[in-house]
Design a binder for this molecule. Structure first.
Ligand SMILES: [Cu+2]
Length: 151
């Protein structure tokens, strides 16, 4: 009984629908198809550092820039390190006397300087001069500072 009633309703709906189709049709614009999902590739990614070279052209640098550093009371030698934007930098501490740190605020770098230790970081992508210094006591005021020049 219940099934019969349901089929009757469906039949009525069908008839109503058929009736509608005989009415003059308005040409509605076809709905725009949904954009196809772009398949994600699972190709292995390789990280590269990208910056603008001094000539303004795209410069891709992957080789770390190696620096040998002397850290003493109270100096860093050299006191200027020049690197390309986004270039990996690898500082090997050749000599260290006393307890010192190597800090660059602009990139939140703070490392304890150790004899024969390596300080690795990525140069900022924004060209400019970034101060590096030792934040122990008044070492910075006594001369333990320098500049990382990114250009
Ligand atoms: Cu120091």
């Amino acid at each position: 009984m219940r099934t019969k009633y349901a089929s009757l309703v469906l039949g009525t709906l069908f008839l109503l629908g058929a009736g509608c189709s005989t009415a003059p049709q308005t040409t509605a614009p076809a709905p725009t198809p949904a954009p196809m999902p772009v398949p994600t590739t699972t190709a292995p990614t390789r990280e590269v550092e990208i910056g603008l070279g001094s000539d303004g052209r795209l410069d891709i640098t992957t080789e770390p820039f190696k620096v040998r550093l002397d850290s003493g009371n109270f100096y860093f030698k050299p006191d200027t390190i020049t690197a390309a934007p986004g270039q990996p930098i690898e500082i090997t501490v050749d000599k260290n006397a006393g307890f010192h740190t190597f800090v660059i605020d602009g990139i939140s770098l703070k490392e304890i300087v150790k004899q024969d230790g390596v300080i690795s970081f990525i140069a900022p992508t924004q060209p400019g001069s970034y101060e590096f210094y030792c934040d122990v006591g008044s070492h910075k005021a006594m001369g333990m500072k320098g500049a990382l020049v990114v250009k």
